[in-house]
Design a protein around this ligand. Structure first.
Ligand code: IMP
Length: 218
């Protein structure tokens, strides 16, 4: 049984759409979110901590809104910015920009304590490149996602990234959560879409799709 580590039951329902019946359940565990300017290392650390806690296969996710004209801000700080500034002020800041393009990104981190075959998946490679560039830290985040030699932390984590492009607009719509009202994709904000439509295009859905394809062979 796979544990999706989240306080949000909606995320588990979304994951159930991509995975075999009865193969995933929610694990309500609050792992420490490290500060990093990339989602990958945050998801990787979370997956390791959650695996050690659960002693069973775990999936964690980290997501954020990346505004092009703000060099990716708020990105990995999206939760903090939503709580402090609020989405209307994020819109107000973006309203002054010439370039209001933005994207939601989601990185899923999977850990089951076993190693993985090296993979050509670009997220996996990017994680290794970023880790190599950053160098190993005290907890060994430099190990990459397939258990490279040299990792101080031997627990391998496999990462899957999903992405959806859009742009920042004045708030519209009553549905969804978080930044949904100010994120427009294909003429509709995420808050104007019904759940099925949003899930079909969302960053989390794209990441889950990649994960489910890989997990089916595992
Ligand atoms: P988390 O990683 O799911 O906790 O999300 C981090 C931040 O991004 C929070 O502020 C969320 O509200 C926001 N966020 C993540 N996914 C979405 C989404 O699908 N729609 C709107 N906001 C999102």
């Amino acid at each position: 049984m796979l544990r999706y580590v989240t306080t949000n039951p909606g995320k588990v329902r979304e994951a159930e759409r991509y995975l075999p019946d009865g193969s995933v359940e929610r694990l309500d565990f609050d792992y420490a979110e490290v500060q990093a300017d990339e989602l990958g290392p945050i998801a990787a650390r979370g997956a390791r901590e959650a695996y050690r806690h659960a002693d069973a296969p775990v999936l964690v996710d980290d997501a954020g809104l990346f505004v092009e004209g703000l060099d990716g801000f708020p990105g990995p700080y999206s939760s903090y910015v939503e709580e402090t500034l609020g989405i209307e002020r994020v819109h107000d800041i973006a309203a002054d920009l010439d370039d209001r393009r933005a994207a939601f990104r989601c990185v899923l981190g999977y850990c089951d304590g076993e190693g993985f075959a090296a993979s050509p998946d670009p997220v996996d490679r990017g994680d290794r490149d970023a880790a190599a560039a950053a160098g190993p830290d005290e907890e060994g985040e430099g190990g990459g996602s397939d258990g490279d030699a040299g990792a101080a932390d031997p627990l391998p984590v496999k990462l899957f990234e999903g992405y959806v492009p859009g742009r920042i607009v004045a708030p519209r719509g009553d549905g969804g959560f978080g930044y949904d009202p100010i994120f427009e994709h294909d003429g509709e904000t995420f808050a104007e879409m019904d759940t099925d439509r949003k899930n079909a295009v969302s960053h989390r859905g794209r990441a889950l799709e990649k994960f489910a394809e890989w997990y089916a062979d595992r």
